[in-house]
Design a protein around this ligand. Structure first.
Ligand SMILES: Cc1ncc(COP(=O)(O)O)c(C=O)c1O
Length: 402
């Protein structure tokens, strides 16, 4: 097919590297190879029963038609109540829009605001989709490397240096995929002090992992630390990770009315409202019994502690304890320059990842995909047995290097 049939803004983007890594692992498994898949970025739990039942009831009640574009009143009330109860943030229903997942919320927010050449500051390591979403909207991703020594977090000095007259957005994801790093209220305040000097900069907070954290503390929100930023902040979240609802595709945006209205207009002319049945399920998730969160987070924590200890015991690998989310971002600098038994030199983290896959059948994602090397991301959203097997194999693959 002629590439010219595809618009330049789409030719600039690439498929999600984590999806490609998962596809490669599945292909090897189909060929009969034993694969330990540590790529997946979704909870391995089923959606809790009371949420599934709410969806079934919605179908029986005939809630199968178009809804308001912004989402049903019930869902937006549930989101508003959640924002007030959990985050201390007050939003009116016309400042909230439900979307088909946080992913489409973020893409759509760029789409309604970016003019060609507008810049979006993305601290790295970042979620793989951010830069490509910006490119797909004719924007320019401005990647700011946030090294491990600084906790993988953006500093005020780095933010100040990255802002130009073309800066349209700062994007913050806390706890972060892939590092699990999360900002404290004090760190947010310091970033906000910089932002206040640059009124043209909007802020998007991707709060999708807010509940998955390991220190029994609430994840602070930027707007708790800096309420003055409310009129230029879009708070993005959803039910995917918190309630094991990745397939239901419900996310949302809370923010100033003009931006939410523009999202409503764009989505009304593109995707339309998100799934009516999923909206009923999401409302039940937000309004209902919250015990699933504590139980699932306890399980993630056990896996994190166990896997972290095993990885840190492997010579050449090290990993900082993530505050939240369900990944380990493993530093593999100690393996770069080593040689595999068949004589290949490991020049970068992609080579390490390829060696793990080919020699011991462990699938992880290379740090290059997240904008900071040399690392690989390992998902702990799988059973302890699988994690144990994965760690044992990684140790074997590392031991055979010289
Ligand atoms: C940081 C981050 N934001 C957003 C999403 C997408 O969430 P949703 O399923 O709501 O589209 C993901 C999913 O992997 C993610 O890791």
């Amino acid at each position: 097919m002629s590439p010219s049939r595809i618009a330049a803004r789409v030719r600039r983007i690439k498929p999600s590297p984590s999806t490609s890594a998962a596809d490669r692992a599945n292909e090897l498994r189909r060929q009969g190879k034993s694969i330990v898949n540590l790529v997946v970025g979704e909870p391995d739990f089923d959606t809790p029963a009371h949420i599934r039942q709410a969806a079934a009831a919605a179908i029986e009640k005939g809630q199968t038609r178009y809804t308001l574009m912004a989402g049903t009143v019930e869902l937006r009330q549930a989101i508003a109540a959640k924002l007030e109860r959990e985050n201390g943030l007050v939003y009116a229903l016309n400042e909230i829009i439900a979307t088909s997942g946080a992913k489409s919320a973020i893409y759509s927010a760029f789409s309604i605001t970016l003019e060609p050449g507008d810049e979006v500051i993305i601290p790295a390591p970042y979620w793989v989709s951010y830069p490509d979403m910006v490119l797909a909207c004719d924007g320019v991703p401005v990647i700011v490397a946030c090294p491990e020594a600084k906790g993988f977090k953006l500093t005020p000095t780095q933010l100040e240096a990255a802002i130009t007259p073309k800066t349209r957005w700062l994007l913050i994801n806390s706890p972060s995929n892939p590092t699990g790093a999360s900002y404290t209220a004090e760190e947010y305040r310091a970033l906000a002090d910089v932002l206040l000097r640059h009124p043209q900069v909007l802020v998007m907070t991707d709060d999708i992992y807010e509940h998955i954290r390991f220190d029994d503390r609430r994840t602070p929100h930027l707007l708790n630390a800096a309420p003055e930023l409310r009129e230029r902040t879009l708070a993005v979240n959803g039910v995917s990770k918190t309630y094991a609802m990745t397939g239901w595709r419900i996310g949302w945006v809370a923010g100033p009315r003009d931006l939410v209205q523009a999202l409503d207009t764009l989505l009304s002319q593109s995707t339309g409202n998100c799934c009516s049945v999923s909206q009923a399920a999401a409302a039940a998730a937000l309004n209902g019994d919250q015990r699933f969160i504590g139980e699932s987070v306890a399980t993630y924590k056990q896996r994190r502690d166990h896997t972290l200890a095993r990885i840190n015991a492997i010579p050449g690998l090290s990993c900082r304890a993530p505050d939240g989310a369900f990944y380990l971002y493993v530093n593999c600098a100690g393996l770069i320059g080593k040689t595999t038994p068949d004589g290949r030199r490991l020049g970068e983290d992609g080579d390490v990842v390829m060696h793990l896959l080919e020699s011991v059948g462990v699938a992880v994602v290379a740090g290059t995909a997240y904008g900071l090397s040399p690392y690989f991301r390992l998902s702990i959203a799988t059973s302890l047995d699988i994690l144990d097997e994965g760690c044992a194999r990684i140790a074997r693959a590392v031991a055979e290097l010289h």
